[in-house]
Design a protein around this ligand. Structure first.
Ligand code: GLU
Length: 447
């Protein structure tokens, strides 16, 4: 994350502020083209360029000034450095359930210093209580920062760490676990832990937020409160994702970890259960079950942890004109399984048949649909039947992402392709259903 004193500054901009001995928080004056700007040096985005210096003006506005050969910088005052003082912890009520919160990063896990704009991971128990004080009325919180990552940087190796950390918390006797996570790949991590943590005695709830906690429209506090409530009290013991049900703040919905997908870039209700009823919903601080079939909370269950994943599994989306050599490339690189995201009921061009035959000889090829909603059916058209004859496995109504994670998990358990195929066809964590609800029934079910 860069040097703390220079939050986000790199290259030329970093050199320029170092040259005058300034650090983030100091008062500086910048003179450029006859204009003079004075303000507090504030942090930059890590992804910002190397040429701008950002200051907060007295008016409260932030401006970025591009460095040019005639830009003069002076440090005119030593300012307070970004501080994140934590308030005292509220007294813990020993009657309340105990919930562990494991933070992996993302928007939900960040806290902003309003004066300087610095952002830092913030999930110590006291930070949490300062942002969401009502948590103290729901549970005794044990908070831990495991990673501080944007979720696009999370890999299968991180899923292994998450699974092991959850297992430690459960061994310590918590009543539920919450994992704070960036929303972009939260669905993948939720699927990964659904396979890695079997025979769960208590719920494991992923939670994220679409808007950061410093914005009035933030969903961070409501989502987190819902997640902690579910971890503390839900009658199910499965991996789920807790997010807004709609764009209003009224309900938090819990999606099964293997059936959930981020379906919108920015809306608060971005997460949807696909081809399934959500697991449960929080209504007036109570967890109301929506799914009929679920694994029940039972503290006497003995958790089985299978935390290994292979990264030699690929998810390949087919498109018109795609070069079939892409399949050969993966086989040559030693990939053990390929999930094809085919068209419609589960098709790819017949130009792919030969490379697929070779891939099936070496490992597993499975078919999901890029339609997202609905079930793969490879019996309807001859393309589907030909693909099945080549050994392609239809993935029923499983999400392509979940199928990819499942195969990564399967090849973390075995190297035997026949055993892998059997595991792929076995419903392990509610990842597919025998029957997809009819579309109309679905609409009714959602109302
Ligand atoms: N892209 C980042 C992530 O997924 C930040 C967005 C978020 O937390 O939702 O971690």
């Amino acid at each position: 994350m860069g040097e703390e004193k220079f939050f986000g500054y790199r290259g030329k901009a970093l050199e320029a502020i170092k040259r005058v001995g300034a650090e983030v928080g100091d008062l500086i004056r910048i003179t450029k083209n006859g204009e003079v700007y004075e303000g507090i040096l504030i942090p930059r985005s890590e992804y910002g360029d190397e040429k701008h210096i950002v200051i907060k003006l007295k008016s409260g506005y932030n401006i970025g000034i591009r460095l040019s050969p005639n830009t003069k910088i002076e440090r005119i005052g030593v300012g307070a450095k970004p501080t994140f003082a934590s308030p005292p912890l509220p007294p813990q009520n020993p009657q309340l359930p105990k919930v562990a919160i494991i933070s992996t990063g993302g928007t939900i896990a960040s806290r902003v210093d309003y004066r300087t704009g610095a952002v830092r991971p913030a999930l110590s128990a006291s930070d949490l209580y300062s942002v969401v004080p009502e948590l103290a009325d729901i549970a005794r919180i044990d908070a831990q920062i495991l990673f501080s990552l944007y979720s696009e940087n999370i890999t299968p190796a991180h899923w292994t760490e998450m699974a092991k950390t959850v297992a430690e918390k459960i061994a310590d006797g918590v009543d539920g676990v919450v994992i704070a996570h960036g929303t972009d790949t939260m669905g993948y991590s939720a699927a990964a832990l659904s396979f890695a943590l079997q025979n769960l005695p208590v719920p494991v709830i992923f939670v994220g937020s679409q808007r950061s906690a410093d914005r009035p429209s933030s969903d961070a506090a409501t989502n987190l409160t819902g997640a902690v409530l579910a971890a503390a009290k839900a009658p199910f013991a499965e991996v789920a994702v807790a997010m807004h049900e709609t764009i209003s703040d009224t309900a938090i919905v819990l999606h099964r970890g293997t059936k959930v997908r981020k379906c919108h870039t920015s809306r608060r209700d971005a997460f949807k259960s696909v081809n399934a009823q959500p697991l449960a919903k929080i209504v007036e601080n109570r967890v109301v079950m929506l799914a009929e079939d679920y694994k029940r909370r039972d503290p006497s269950q003995k958790l089985v942890v299978k935390p290994n994943f292979s990264d030699k599994v690929a998810l390949i989306k087919f498109y018109p004109g795609m070069d079939p050599a892409i399949i050969d490339w993966h086989v040559d690189k030693g990939y053990k399984a390929i999930v094809l995201e085919g068209t419609g009921l589960g098709h790819v061009s017949n130009r792919f048949f030969q490379p697929i035959r070779r891939a099936v000889e070496k490992g597993v090829v499975a078919m999901a649909s890029q339609c997202i909603w609905g079930r793969v059916n490879m019996n309807v058209y001859d393309t589907g039947r030909d693909l099945m004859a080549l050994g392609v496995i239809p993935l029923e109504d499983m999400l392509a992402e979940t199928a990819t994670v499942k195969l990564m998990w399967i090849f973390g358990q075995t190297d035997n392709p026949e055993e892998a195929k059997q595991l792929l066809k076995t419903n392990i964590a509610g990842e597919f259903s025998q029957r997809t609800l009819h579309e109309e029934t679905w609409e009714e079910a959602k109302q």
